[in-house]
Ligand binder design. Sequence first.
Ligand code: BGC
Length: 460
Amino acid sequence: MKSPLRPTATCRPPLPKDFLWGTATSSYQIEGAVDEDGRGKSIWDIFSHTPGKIEDGSTGDRANEHYHRYKEDVALIKALGVKAYRFSIAWPRVFPEGFGQPNPEGLDFYDRLVDELLANGIEPYATLYHWDLPQALQDRVGGWSSSDTSKAFADYAAHVAARLTDRVKNVFTVNEVGRFVNFGYGWGIDAPGLKLPTAQLNQARHHVALAHGLAVQAIRAAGRVGTRVGPAENIAACVPAIPTPENIRAAEIATRELNAGFLGVVLEGKYTEGFLAYAGADAPKFTAEELKIIGAPNDFVGLNIYAPQYYVTASDRAPGFHVLPFPTSFPHMNSDWLRVGPEVIYWAPRLAAKIWNIENIYISENGTSSEDKISADGQVYDLDRIMFLRNYLSQMQRATAEGVPIRGYFLWSLMDNFEWIFGYGKRFGLYRVDFETQARVPKLSAAFYRDVVARNAIGG
Ligand code: BGC
């Protein structure tokens, strides 16, 4: 007699055939080697060495020693079966002072890394700025408070493009403006730890948008023809609380208005009237010429998507949406801020694609922290991460099945690393890292992800 319990094949359709599966990291979070080969200091070196700033008192001085262990780490990427790897370049390795003379050894490490990736059949996706601003720029011109930093960023982008775009075909400019400007320059939580008044904060964000636009120009001028470029932004992610047509429309309005300060101006070449009216006297100062530079076309848009930020409903009153309060009982992952709302990875790309007519979206980050304890048998059974991924990936698949143009997905992160103000206390990796011995051990989620990638479908 046949068992009534038959394992079902996945009932969901596969993802698009050429869907790009990948994983991601960033320079300061993994490289270590902070004093080697002429690297200058970044704002995160200074900040992490300031007592009281990092929860466990740690720094990125050693981190994952990836600078020396990159070959081993590329083998870990390969073992996942993914076709792409998103890493970031440390600006202070390339220009130790932020501008002026480039360090002759500054890009050698990335040359080696890129060659190693390509030799293993992995496509490099480079990010130019994942928060490690040269400290010298902060000291001399106030960092992002000055448009001199935007110009310095364009020179850095040109230098990288000239050297690497024979092999690196895809470049992300800036990572998560929505976080590093507010947290670093507004609330004093991240480096450089400033609490600027709103007008100056808006101006700093404008300088980052300008830096992005100038970098796009610089890469097109100095890079190989066909180099693709775009931002990687933690979009303020809005979800209709109940998906009625009115609430969906409200979520669209909310997405446009709440992202007006960066994604909006980059993708529309102008600030929305709502944004300017709300900012009033604190609105950034800008010229028409700057808006033109900022609004130059991108080849793709990267969206970092973790948690739903705003559940909205329709409202008759301006601005046309109502943001609902979160109940304290709303579930979250091992990081308190990481609320579980898998539908966000469906709605945010869908709404963004519609509002801004985007043709190519990458999920440039998604993932979660987990307790990640080692069991008695030496394994890490991170079932909560698998639960998280299964649900988020299913929602992403729902989006691609409906034609939302998501072309690829970069899981954050390849391995546990320096999680900014949480130090090494929060683990986001598919591989567990012992920061004493530097041993890397695959967690159960690595096997889960390998299976997803191999079948191009989400199991379970
Ligand atoms: C950042 C990463 C960070 C991750 C998890 C993103 O905000 O880009 O650097 O480690 O989220 O917090």
